[in-house]
Design a protein around this ligand. Structure first.
Ligand code: PEP
Ligand code: MG
Length: 591
């Protein structure tokens, strides 16, 4: 009998990384454990429930033993194998198993819910412990409980990215930036998620890795099954599930157009970035992982405008040492010399979680102990990084930048710790550039308002529009429900950026933009018009923005900025730009 045609469907999300992929789907159910339902049991049920828990524990142990055996045969380091051993031991721990069984029996609740209760109790306990090592162990408990819950709900095959055998489009409820950092382009042809916004860190990672991606689809994991054929268009945010042949043919043609477009863009690689009337703009790259440098250089980046160093801290169980920082930053500095490298100090918190370092349960993580605030409260962690950065500054092209500064007092505190780090290095006889340039990110509205005061204390500033929009417009950057409010053309945002740029230019301090706005030609036009000459972005945006710059006059960009100053809504600004820009520039694959 011929196979029954699968039902075609269409969903729309937020396209965050361009490119078209037509492939089979691989659905990861992880991230749905939050949906474990509460269930009240009768006394007979509770006996059965305990057995169910024991079976899930047995399955989890078997899986881990298999993972361990595979790691051994692959010759993986002993240190990694010990992690699995530790997990196996925790599974026998009375605090976890004994307490869960007790709750099932005494409170007559189902195993999933009882496990969640025990985990919560353990996390609260670890939070209060004054020992970094022990606090990190809470991370292990979280992993193990997730695994057991997956086994209880029968979803264990879908547990992680490691299960992908064939190249596929990954479909997930959510992916953390740490997950994305581990993705291999050979296996993950593209990915789509239920959650997320355009400037969430997972989206930023997708662009850095040049993997087409769509986020904020809300119910992709429900509508798509592993094995379904899926088309994703990372520019428009379109997902087509089980498309008919004629639709596949249309997208194959678009895929070809995209490949041609990409090839054409590469002609701009070695051309200078300047407008038709001779205004030069420096286009730098944003990087997360050391490997990003190669791709940024291939796309003609003139140095690194934003090194998101938090990725050095992820997917590991300890903290990077001063020596590791030093080695990583020196390597990047050497690779991009003579262009500059701006090393941003640790910006953990918000949507970049680092269990054991940032508090795991804050009511408002974006407004919590994030970035510079976290560093100021963990001076030793901060100082190890600062000393690594300082030592790498002997390469001659390293600058340092503090994220999320909200006032002059906070900046001075960060600078005081930098001075302490310098003094320690002097005592230790280690070399560094004593005049290393210091900059800050302008991401908090308060900092934008007092930009004239802040620029007196630094060598450069960089506007982080992702957070500046999040905090100014009060929209969580990773929440798909408010993603429609992400409006770079909002008159408030335009006024803020304009006034920050003016304050810096007046003081003779370098001003750049390193948020995602810098990498979108339409917005880059406005930044140019405001007088900003340094833009930093992901690799795939560099050539698009250069093409725009080479197509227009600076005087025209300034005129456009004057014209849009009159408008009251972002829609009016958008319409105006959409009407004027095609006179000089058009791009099927932008936005
Ligand atoms: C920003 O906020 O614009 C920025 C560049 O920093 P991040 O995206 O890493 O928060
Ligand atoms: Mg930021």
């Amino acid at each position: 009998m011929p196979e029954k045609r699968k039902h075609a469907d269409f969903i729309k999300g937020i396209g965050v990384s361009p490119g078209i992929v037509i492939s089979g789907a691989y659905v990861i159910k992880r991230g749905l454990e939050g949906e474990a339902q509460y269930c009240h049991l009768t006394s007979e049920d509770s006996v059965h429930e305990t057995m169910r828990l024991k079976k899930a524990l047995e399955d989890s142990r078997d899986q881990l033993q298999r993972v361990r055996a595979k790691m051994k045969s692959d010759g993986r380091e002993e240190e990694h194998i010990q992690i699995i051993d530790a997990h196996l031991m925790i599974m026998q721990d009375n605090m976890l198993v004994g307490d869960t069984i007790k709750i099932i029996e005494e409170e007559r609740i189902n195993a999933e819910w009882a496990l969640k209760k025990v985990l919560k109790r353990l996390m609260d306990h670890f939070k209060g412990v004054d020992d970094d090592y022990l606090r990190e162990r809470s991370y292990d408990f979280e992993h193990i409980v997730s695994r057991i819950i997956y086994n209880l709900t029968g979803r264990h095959e879908d547990y992680s990215l490691t299960g992908i055998k064939e190249p596929a489009i990954v479909v997930a409820h959510n992916l953390s930036p740490a997950d994305t950092a581990q993705m291999s382009k050979d296996k993950v042809l593209g990915f789509i998620t239920d959650l997320g916004g355009k400037t969430s860190h997972t989206a930023i990672m997708a662009r850095a890795l040049e993997i087409p991606a769509i986020v904020g689809l809300e119910n992709a994991t429900i509508k798509i099954n592993t094995g379904d054929t899926v088309i994703i268009d990372g520019t428009t945010g379109t997902v087509i599930i089980n498309p008919p042949e004629n639709v596949i043919a249309v997208y194959r043609k678009k895929q070809k157009r995209y490949a041609d477009y990409d090839r054409t863009l590469h002609h701009y690689r070695d051309l200078p970035c300047e407008t038709k009337d001779g205004r030069s703009i420096s286009l730098r790259g944003n990087m997360e992982l050391i490997d990003d440098v190669t791709s940024l250089k291939e796309h003609g980046a003139e140095g690194i405008g934003l090194y998101r160093t938090e990725f050095l801290y992820m997917n590991r169980r300890d903290l990077p040492t001063e020596e590791e920082h030093y080695r990583a930053y020196s390597e990047v500095a050497r690779k991009v010399f003579p262009h500059p490298v701006i090393i941003r100090t640790l910006d953990i918190g918000g949507d970049k979680d680092l269990p054991g370092l940032n508090p795991s349960e804050e009511p408002n993580p974006a407004l919590g102990l994030r970035a510079i605030r976290l560093c100021l409260s963990h001076r030793d962690v901060f100082k190890a990084q600062l000393k690594g950065v300082l030592r790498s500054s002997t390469e001659g092209n390293v600058k340092i930048m503090f994220p999320m500064i909200s006032g002059v007092g906070e900046l001075r505190m960060a600078k005081a710790i930098l001075d302490e780090a310098k003094a320690e290095l002097v005592r230790e006889g280690k070399h560094f550039n004593a005049c290393i340039e210091i900059g800050i990110m302008i991401e908090v509205p308060a900092a934008a308002v007092i930009a004239d005061l802040l620029v007196k204390e630094v060598d450069f500033i960089s506007i982080g529009t992702n957070d500046l929009l999040q905090y100014s417009l009060a929209i969580d950057r990773s929440n798909e429900h408010v993603a429609y409010l992400y409006e770079p053309y909002h008159p408030a945002i335009l006024r803020i950026i304009k006034s920050v740029a003016e304050a810096a230019i007046k003081a003779g301090v370098d001003v750049g933009v390193c948020g995602e706005m810098a990498g979108e030609p339409e917005y880059a036009l406005i930044l140019l018009g405001f007088g900003i000459q340094t833009l930093s972005m992901n690799a795939i945006s560099i050539l698009k923005v250069k093409r725009l710059m080479r197509s227009i006059n600076y005087s025209w960009a300034k005129q456009i900025c004057d014209e849009i100053g009159e408008f009251a809504t972002s829609m009016e600004v958008q319409r105006h730009i959409s009407a004027r820009l095609p006179e000089f520039y058009s791009d099927e694959f932008s936005r």
